[in-house]
Design a protein around this ligand. Structure first.
Ligand code: ADP
Ligand code: AMP
Length: 230
């Protein structure tokens, strides 16, 4: 992809939307790195708060372990503070936000106030039966956050990150009971955002049941199509 294309695409923020396990984090890391912009995962931000023991982390921990959604109020405060930082000025890739209609409406208001234009939304479509395998097999590096899968994307050395040698850990919410609750929350609260953004004309849909490089290519192609339309 040329520099000119990259510049065009970052005319607006990008949102990766889809069920847990669809591959949003894996692709957001690659795409954000490609454009030199921050990857903003609200899940990662909350896990950092849990790890260092902030008051937000203490509130969020039991909710996340059950697989429920953290309140809109807390999420919006955290996101507003993050996107106000200087490194977000050239653009950013959201992964896991917004997750409710209230969050989407609040984000529209924030972007309007910033005069940054509507976000380009990429919807990751994956058959439900694939998600359980992706989530139960997920392992994450406790140093750099690199994402693996013991079935489909294993590290070279079991339990160790290929990039920095960090320990690969399983998220507490990747247990089957919590996964079921997260999928339920997705269908009840997040899936309606597909219609919300489709109605706004800002949605690009991709087949995320493909290899990692094939999905990356589909994301770039969808972003280019959207940029012509918006
Ligand atoms: P999300 O952020 O949408 O919850 P992740 O990016 O964490 O999803 O991916 C979930 C799991 O699926 C991880 O174990 C990851 O290694 C694996 N994965 C991601 N993309 C693919 C893909 N295209 N094919 C196979 N496995 C994938
Ligand atoms: P993720 O890393 O995106 O799978 O998110 C992990 C967990 O963090 C979710 O199951 C929720 O409990 C919480 N979470 C992350 N993002 C949000 C959000 N935008 N709104 C509410 N809860 C969130």
């Amino acid at each position: 992809m040329s520099q000119a294309d990259a510049k065009n695409l970052l005319a607006r923020p990008v949102i990766f939307l889809g069920p847990p396990g669809a591959g949003k984090g894996t692709q957001a890391k690659l795409v954000a790195k490609h454009y030199g912009v921050p990857h903003l995962s609200t899940g990662d931000m909350l896990r950092e708060n849990v790890a260092v023991g902030t008051p937000l982390g203490a509130l969020a921990k039991p909710i996340m372990e059950r697989g429920d959604l953290v309140s809109d109020d807390l999420i919006l405060r955290m996101v507003e503070e993050r996107i106000a930082r200087a490194d977000c000025a050239p653009g950013f890739v959201f992964d896991g936000f917004p997750r409710t209609l209230a969050q989407a409406e609040a984000l529209d208001g924030i972007l309007k106030a910033q005069k940054s234009g509507p976000a380009a939304v990429i919807y990751f479509k994956v058959p439900e039966e694939i998600l359980m395998r992706r989530l139960t097999g997920r392992r994450t590096c406790n140093v750099g956050g690199e994402i693996y899968n013991i079935y489909d994307r294993p590290p070279k050395v079991e339990g160790r990150c290929d990039v920095d040698g960090g320990e690969l850990i399983q998220r507490p919410d990747d247990r089957p009971e919590a996964i079921r609750e997260r999928l339920r929350a997705y269908h009840a609260q997040t899936k309606p955002l597909v219609d919300y953004y489709r109605a706004q004309g800002t949605l690009g849909e991709i087949d995320a049941d493909a290899s990692v490089p094939a999905v990356t290519g589909a994301v770039f192609a969808a972003l280019q199509r959207l940029e012509k339309r918006l």
